[in-house]
Design a protein around this ligand. Structure first.
Ligand code: FAD
Ligand code: EPU
Length: 338
């Protein structure tokens, strides 16, 4: 366990924002977590659990305790004829778990290639990309309660996974430290190429009979083209969620804006492409101060180098106002703003 006072978090968040943690503790094992909680106790409202820092925006110094979860390890804990149950510790990089699965030929996570961040954070907002969400292959997770240090197992139904949402952003927000997540992966993978861009990418790659390695590579290629690399340009992926509207609202919108990009959901709702709404509110590529809207993907806000968190929030608020004024739609933040 490593503990620091007044530690800079700049290199620990992908936005590259300067902020200091009053207390920072790097925890490398369950024992570290238990020892820390035993010794210092914690108040949930002055604690921040940090993974890869790829979905967080610091707008001020953090006056409480930042617990950096660094538990490592990936192993198979069970298998049958069809499935393998892979348990990954929370501090593993998500993409390392994806590579592990793809290299062994276990299907399920390949569409989620190259998403930054840790395994422990994946269930929090139920990460998703290219037609798959982590919930589709989630089996269970283990967590420690900050309040009473009890260990708890959450099964899929306990987690209430929805689009970019789970119980850990609602009733159980900030109450648990996730220590490991187990995924049930397919030994006989069935690839999912429903997201249009993947098939186009196969054509570009000249792939006729794709397998999970090809899906993973196609997704990596698409993402590398569209999304800024946090190593070079600070960002946290999509800053806003794609808004979901009722059929009634959707019908009214397409009468006025026939080009609007949308996806019909299973129920009577429609998901709108927030990137399209932002682009057509004239924000793509625009900057205010040191914060900007990415030129290739309007849903992604970037740090031009010296942005403060408050500048990024200011830009986000201006975008929200424009989109609301033009389309009557309120965009919700995906990024956790502190
Ligand atoms: P952090 O930013 O460290 O934390 C995020 C939240 O999870 C915080 O509330 C934190 O307190 C909590 N948390 C973290 N670890 C734990 C733990 N062990 N226990 C309890 N709580 C914890 N997301 C997608 O869904 N799909 C994408 O396609 C996608 N693309 C992205 C592309 C880029 C370039 C970037 C920078 C981000 C992208 N994201 C995407 C967002 C991000 O990758 C995910 O939200 C990821 O799961 C965040 O992981 P993290 O470890 O960095 O979490
Ligand atoms: N679009 C525009 N202009 C833009 C951006 C997008 O018109 O500047 C339109 C295009 O028509 C495009 C459509 O929006 O076809 C969808 O764009 P894209 O495929 O890039 O996906 P997205 O809806 O913008 C979502 C996720 C991403 C995920 C991708 C791929 C959310 C909030 N974002 O983005 O996740 O990688 O789909 O599945 O759901 C993240 O959450 O951080 C993230 C990057």
């Amino acid at each position: 366990m490593k503990i620091h006072k007044n530690l800079s978090l700049k290199s620990l968040n992908t936005f590259g924002i300067e902020a200091t943690a009053a207390i920072y503790a790097a925890l490398e094992s369950e024992k570290d977590i238990m020892d820390y909680l035993d010794k210092y106790g914690l108040k949930t409202d002055s604690t921040f659990i940090l993974g890869g820092g790829s979905n967080v925006l610091f707008t001020r110094d953090f006056n409480g305790v930042v617990l950096h979860i660094k538990l490592k390890g990936i192993k198979i804990i069970d298998e049958d004829d069809d499935y393998v149950y892979v348990k990954a510790m929370a501090g593993e990089e998500w993409d390392d778990l994806v590579k592990y699965a793809v290299n062994k030929g276990y299907g399920g996570l390949e569409n989620l290639s190259l998403i930054p961040g840790s395994v422990g954070a994946a269930p929090i907002q139920n990460i998703g990309a290219y037609g798959v969400e982590q919930k589709d292959h989630f089996f269970s997770l283990e967590a420690i309660s900050i309040r009473d240090q009890q260990k708890k197992v959450f099964n899929k139904q306990d987690c209430h996974f929805r689009y970019r949402d789970s119980v850990f952003k609602n009733e159980q927000a900030k109450k648990y430290i996730i220590t490991s997540v187990t995924y049930r992966l397919d030994k006989k993978p069935v690839i999912n190429t429903e997201y249009g861009g993947i098939q186009e990418e196969f054509k570009r790659m000249n792939i006729k009979k794709p397998g999970i390695k090809d899906v993973s590579e196609a997704v990596r290629n698409i993402r590398n083209r569209k999304l800024p690399d946090p190593e070079k340009t600070g960002n946290a992926g999509s800053f806003f969620k794609n808004p979901v509207v009722t059929e009634e609202k959707y019908e009214k919108l397409i009468q006025r804006f026939p080009e609007i990009v949308s996806f019909k959901l299973n129920n009577d709702y429609y998901k709108l492409a927030a990137g399209w709404l932002i682009e057509h509110s004239d924000w793509k590529g625009k900057a205010i101060g040191h914060a900007a809207v990415h030129k290739n993907q309007a849903l992604v806000l970037v740090n031009l180098g010296r942005a403060k968190g408050s500048e990024v929030v200011h830009l986000a608020r201006m975008i929200r106002m424009s989109v609301e004024k033009k389309y009557g739609i309120e965009l919700d933040y995906e990024v956790n703003i502190l």
